[in-house]
Design a protein around this ligand. Sequence first.
Ligand code: PLP
Length: 393
Amino acid sequence: MSKIDYKAVFSKVIERRNTNSLKHDGMAERGMPEGVLPFWVADMDFEAPPEAVLAATRAAAHGIYGYSIPGKGYYEATIAWQKDRFGWEVDRDWIISTPGVVFMVASAVRALSEPGDTVMIQNPVYAVFAPVLRANDRKVVSSDLRLADGRYEIDFEDFSKTLEESGARIFLLCHPHNPIGRVWTREELRRMGEICLEHDVLVISDEIHQDFVYGDNAHIPFASVDPAFPAITVTCTAPSKTFNLAGLQASNAFAANPELRKRIRKALDACDVGLNPIAIAAAEAAYRHGAAWLEGLKEYILGNYGWLRRELAEGLPGVKPHALEATYLAWLDCSGLGLTHLELVKAFADKAKVWLNDGATFGTNGSGFMRMNLACPRATLDEGIRRIVGAFR
Ligand SMILES: Cc1ncc(COP(=O)(O)O)c(C=O)c1O
């Protein structure tokens, strides 16, 4: 069998403008100047694996788009993915499928806490968490991650104190952690879980980035760390980041505790939601056939990251990418540029004409950082780097 040249596959530049793309269209509505090159929202400028595209195309060509349910094959593929990649054995009964991880997180929060209750997060973290929690009438507290010698760490004393003082009912874990690109180790997961058990706090573990983990790092599902953890955990995963299927909307939650499941199902029944047939077909095909494609993709992204690091070190040492243990999102420390937060954000958009995420949107301790999406062809990344270096040098 001939080996696929993934480098060539991912190097292909595909026009995404005027495709109703959140990332590439609608710049004016979001206050971005004409002509900015987008490296913001976390989807990829790559085609999904060919098997997923074929499955989606077949489902589309069927021409009947009635109400749909994930079938046996979908669940088998989802279960096998967790087992084969992470050694995590999940039961079919644990799975609750929804059209998105944020949808699931919000539903679980509504099901497992009351309006006015507190949820703890760890800033800087995925910018959608806090507003969604607040929109669901929950209070938000953060046990901020701490920078020690250029690496983010959990301050366990603060973690425990913040849970205790806030009376939080739920801890929303981001694992691996977006935007800082950390993979939590077994020991870190264990300590967080033990503290949550001690304080009677439930854990929603958002593991959407689980498939983008590099080098010697390994993704360990939070619920698998200790036999006591499944009882307090809802784990959220999806093929959407992994295979670039976000627009199709399919995700899965795993809850081993039947009581938690019952409460979540009740909350979901309150809005009667299901998956669409194209998403089901594409997700199953991707989980069944996408492993080699994913390995090729990870290699390509690591290549992009290495390239970014080298180019910045040479051309703009005031901008330093943090180590990329996971995700396809580079976390750039821009403090060396000596600009205020506003000057920095404005200069990236107006002067460099690139669209990155403002680090402060992930929490106030993200100020001075920018997040850059590396899931694009090298030529696109190159143009982005050229613009950034040119603007700030
Ligand atoms: C940590 C995290 N959770 C959830 C999402 C979005 O998931 P979904 O599109 O399935 O709601 C993202 C997207 O970037 C993310 O980074």
